[in-house]
Design a protein around this ligand. Structure first.
Ligand code: UGA
Ligand code: MN
Length: 251
């Protein structure tokens, strides 16, 4: 089976660094197709060049998040979900390109997370929906399924545990056939806070069907790391004086 790895991405100072680190993880994963979806009206030159040189098999897509769904300056970061339209476009691409059948698994991963290679090999054989814990998320050291005898009995999270999928986006994978067979299922752009993952998963499988990975969910193989925003104090000063760093250097 092929792993379809859907990643939303957007322009920022650390974008190329994050994409470089991620691509060099993905280079170690056989039979992986990277669907990188830019949050932008058009594909940018930076990402185009980056993908052409990164060595990973990819499809490059772009869709801008509609205005009413973008977090405004001063709004808290959690107010609106990020990367939703982009993930849905990735699903649409898969549906359009695999009308005659598909042998694969779909995984949604942020461009700034950290992935142990082991999780890719484990998720590859997902029958419906596989799950595993995620490190450094939800204000905890980790969040994730608690399992007994190979089934999920509950979820360890301090926040709305009654959600159908109280787990970060990076903590589950979906058999691609389910996505082809259920052509209307996608992430709900209007989902209430914390219900984005549930909005897609709850329409595809029940809790009892979740397949625990990562050693019965006792191992952390994915971390919700977040890249710090670099300080540009000197750059801003130089800019004010009309001497910003050479803009032809792509960072
Ligand atoms: C957390 C989860 O890890 C995400 O899977 C979830 O989409 C997000 O919360 C949310 O629902 O808000 P977090 O680390 O807080 O993500 O956010 P980012 O990593 O900044 O964004 C998630 C993904 O969307 C990233 O791949 C990022 O590149 C992309 N993104 C972010 C956009 O495409 N557009 C944006 O304006 C911001
Ligand atoms: Mn992130």
């Amino acid at each position: 089976p092929t792993i379809f790895f859907i990643t939303p991405t957007y322009k920022r100072l650390t974008q190329k660094a994050d994409l470089t680190r991620l691509s060099q993880t993905l280079l170690h994963v056989p039979k992986l197709h990277w669907i990188l979806v830019e949050d932008s009206h058009e594909k940018t030159n930076l990402v185009q060049r980056f993908l052409a040189g990164c060595g990973v098999q990819f499809s490059h897509l772009a869709v801008r998040t509609p205005k009413q769904l973008i977090t405004k300056e001063g709004d808290p970061r959690w107010l609106k979900a990020r990367g939703v339209e982009q993930r849905n476009l990735g699903l649409k691409w898969i549906r359009q390109n695999y009308k005659d059948g598909i042998d694969g698994v779909i995984y949604f991963g942020d461009d700034d997370n950290t992935y142990d290679l082991k999780i890719f090999e484990q998720m590859r054989y997902t029958k419906k929906i596989s799950v595993w814990p995620v490190g450094l998320v939800g204000g905890l050291k980790w969040e994730g399924p608690i399992c007994k005898d190979g089934s999920v009995v509950k979820f360890y999270t301090l926040w709305k545990p009654q959600r159908p999928m109280p787990l970060d986006m990076a903590g589950f994978a979906i058999n691609a056939k389910l996505i082809i067979d259920n052509p209307d299922v996608e992430m709900d752009t209007m989902a209430a806070r914390g219900y984005l993952e549930s909005s897609i998963v709850s329409r595809l499988a029940t809790r009892g069907e979740f397949e625990p990975l990562a050693n019965n969910c006792k191992e952390i193989l994915v971390w919700h790391t977040q890249t710090a925003e670099p300080k540009m104090k000197q750059e801003d000063r130089l800019k004010q004086m009309g001497f910003e760093s050479d803009p032809s250097m792509e960072v």
